[in-house]
Design a protein around this ligand. Structure first.
Ligand code: FDA
Length: 306
């Protein structure tokens, strides 16, 4: 991990900084990466993305809850998203984080909450993807995913795998045998070198290796990156290997490389925009700044404008 990325993530953990940003952040720039604080606002943004030919995955922001009440509220919010999607007729699925559903409180409780969401995805003819969080939570996340995959099937539940982790190659092999629908990302957390490649080149090489493995296994793969080199490589790979268009999609984050998102959709590729909303946007927002500290300049400019 680069020094600047580590510095931003450390600074973001500071209480004074976090208080200041949560108070003024939406105005300062978080709205660039977050589609509003309410589900209604987010649905309006989804409609607009859909009009541009983009698919969406909605994420009600929140992570690391510490009480059962909060976890049950987060579960309800995820269930509500499926209803709002059905009522508004927008083209979107849902993404969730297990620490939001009580993973740090109790494994069985979290599994129950996630099961309710997975069953709702199935009943709605829709799909839920479990985001991947930091490395101490990977094993439990995969275990919950596997349990629910058996119950609702790969058409209704998917998982995220991070290419910065050494273990991911064996996880992709294992999950490929189950036909799992995977989103491959580079990984957004501060991880020690004992578990993750410290060198970005290795993360990028592993990314391509994982995408290639999963596609060659005939499994649905979401190529979630803004890295143009990897996107170009994917386009060539699918062409050379005759991978059908219904076996993969590109995914990017709301507010990041919008022009590229539209360009790919215009070229006929399936593109899905990860669209977060909600009041608890601070940790998500700081990870986006850490990925590209130049984004902080954008926020400072907004501050000066006012
Ligand atoms: P990389 O960081 O190499 O960036 C490539 C280029 O993209 C940069 O040069 C820049 O131009 C542009 N770029 C990247 N980030 C930017 C930003 N924030 N603002 C502006 N430009 C930017 N992670 C995780 O650990 N668990 C998860 O579940 C998910 N889920 C997820 C879903 C989706 C749809 C995406 C796109 C990403 C995630 N991630 C994630 C985040 C992921 O791990 C990673 O941190 C970011 O995607 C940034 O890495 P890139 O692959 O874009 O490459």
């Amino acid at each position: 991990m680069s020094l600047s990325r580590r510095a931003v993530l450390t600074l973001a953990g500071n209480r004074l900084v976090s208080r200041f940003v949560t108070r003024y952040g939406m105005r300062l720039g978080a709205s660039r990466f977050v589609a509003g604080e309410t589900l209604e606002q987010a649905i309006e943004k989804v409609k607009s993305l859909n009009r541009d030919g983009l698919l969406v995955t909605l994420d009600h922001l929140g992570e690391s809850v510490t009480t059962r009440e909060e976890a049950l509220e987060a579960t309800q919010s995820a269930l509500d998203i499926f209803d709002a999607i059905a009522e508004s007729g927008v083209n979107s699925n849902v993404s969730v984080k297990l620490t939001q559903l009580g993973l740090d409180i109790d494994y069985g409780f979290c599994l129950e909450n996630m099961e309710r969401i997975a069953l709702k995805a199935k009943e709605s003819g829709n799909f839920v993807r479990i985001d991947m969080e930091d490395s101490p939570r990977v094993k439990a996340t995969i275990d919950i995913f596997k349990t629910l995959l058996k119950k609702v099937g790969k058409e209704h539940i998917g998982l995220v795998i991070q290419s910065y982790l050494y273990r991911s190659e064996s996880d992709v092999k294992d999950l490929g045998e189950l036909g799992a629908n995977l989103r491959i990302v580079k990984g957004a957390y501060k991880e020690p070198k004992e578990v993750a490649f410290p060198d970005k080149r290795d993360v990028d090489e592993n990314y391509k290796r994982l995408v290639a493995m999963h596609l060659k296994n005939g499994c649905y793969t979401a190529v979630a990156t803004h890295d143009e080199k990897i996107i170009e490589w994917t386009k060539s790979f699918v062409k050379e290997n005759g991978i059908p268009k219904d076996l993969y999609e590109f995914q990017m984050l709301y507010g990041v490389r919008g022009g590229l998102q539209r360009q790919l959709a215009g070229e006929g590729y399936k593109v899905r925009v990860y669209t977060p909303y909600g009041k608890d946007w601070y940790p998500y927002f700081t990870r986006r700044i850490a990925e590209r500290p130049a984004n902080a300049l954008f926020i400072l400019k907004n501050l000066v404008k006012d």
